[in-house]
Design a protein around this ligand. Structure first.
Ligand code: SF4
Ligand code: SF4
Length: 342
């Protein structure tokens, strides 16, 4: 299981300036000074924007649903261990992020813009210099603080009721990299053909934030940095330890690939043992769900009934329950399977 690996990221996971190991894309259309808010969702479809925080949901649909929102939230909390790409983009590409955020806020009619980031005094001071128009709100860096539901809990002062989406409370929450992509298209006429990501191999002391073409083979990215990846002793985690998955180096970087981590294979897999009813998964779940009870039902095929379905809808597959389980039960993988029954 990816989630059981313990890696000491201290001193390694830095917020470096972005590197461009491949040639940058050509301008495809002229930049746009002013865009009609009515046409903005169509523009997002034209540039091919999907949620680049990992969700991959079409950005235009999210924006249409949020019409009339009072607040735009730039989600730059990024609490997946070892990932710093959102923070690099916020710091080093603020022109594009701010332009994308202002345009998205205007399109839905939001008058308040919140920048949600980790509590880190140096980072906060730097961001204050770059995002004067934004209200900066600091969040815990404890995973999964960047989940939309937990962001709204802090902004609203109470957790949103089950099943309620941010737009129903007047919020449009957009990941920092998605907003960067909007700004890049507006200012430079370049659609979503690039992916900023964290590339790391902790055992070699390697950690970079880079921009690569969408669709490039992962193998080419590893080769560009001469990383000594050996499939017999390493595995590749795409998008992070907690919410990511194992990737094949012959596959392509996608718009939703947040990171490529080269990790020791022998630390990755452990045999599942019986549940000892310790309750650690219940205590750890940030939404107060009962993961093992849900998994028991999924394994027995008992996936009917409103309470079950409501809990499964709420679960956002953060993987915290799996990470704390002393019996190495792959809870989140089972929950993922359970979601397919909804
Ligand atoms: S994955 Fe586990 S910890 Fe995370 S929300 Fe779902 S049940 Fe809770
Ligand atoms: S943490 Fe693991 S062992 Fe403990 S109750 Fe949950 S599933 Fe069972």
């Amino acid at each position: 299981m990816l989630r059981k690996i313990k890696i000491d990221w201290a001193g390694l996971a830095r917020i470096q300036p972005l590197e461009h190991p491949f040639p940058p894309p050509e301008r495809i259309f002229p930049g746009i000074d002013e865009i009609d808010p009515q046409r903005f969702p169509d523009f997002l479809d034209e540039i091919g924007l999907v949620g680049m925080g990992g969700g991959g949901f079409p950005a235009s649909q999210k924006l249409r649903a949020a019409a009339g929102a009072h607040t735009l939230v730039v989600n730059g909390i990024e609490c997946e261990p070892g990932l710093t790409i959102d923070q690099s983009v916020l710091l080093h590409e603020s022109l594009w992020v701010a332009a994308g955020a202002v345009a998205a806020a205007k399109a839905v009619g939001a008058t308040r813009m919140v920048l949600a980031v980790k509590k880190d005094s140096t980072l906060l001071a730097e961001l204050a210099l770059r995002y004067g128009e934004f209200e900066i709100v600091a969040f815990s860096d404890r995973y999964p603080a960047g989940a939309e539901k937990l962001i709204l809990e802090k902004l609203e002062g109470r957790r949103p009721p089950p099943g309620v989406r941010p737009y129903q409370l007047g919020y449009l929450v957009q990941n920092a990299v998605s907003l960067r992509a909007i700004g890049r298209a507006l200012i430079d006429g370049i659609p979503v053909v690039e992916r900023p990501l964290t590339l790391a191999m902790p055992s070699a002391g390697f950690h970079r934030n880079i921009i690569v073409p969408v669709g490039i083979e992962i193998r080419q990215v590893l080769e560009a940095y001469r990383l000594p990846y050996d499939p017999c002793i390493h595995f590749l985690a795409a998008s992070g330890l907690m919410m990511g998955h194992e990737a094949d180096p012959e596959t392509a970087v996608e718009k939703t690939t947040l990171a490529l981590l080269v990790l020791p294979r022998d630390a990755a897999w452990r045999e599942e043992r019986p549940c000892i009813r310790c309750g650690a998964c219940n205590t750890a779940c940030p939404l107060g769900l009962h993961p093992y009870a849900l998994v028991e039902r999924i394994r027995k095929g008992r996936t009917g009934g409103d309470p079950f379905r409501m809990q499964m809808t709420e679960c956002f597959l953060c993987g915290v329950c799996s990470a704390v389980c002393p019996s190495d039960i792959p809870l989140v993988q089972q929950l993922e399977r359970g979601k397919q029954c909804l």
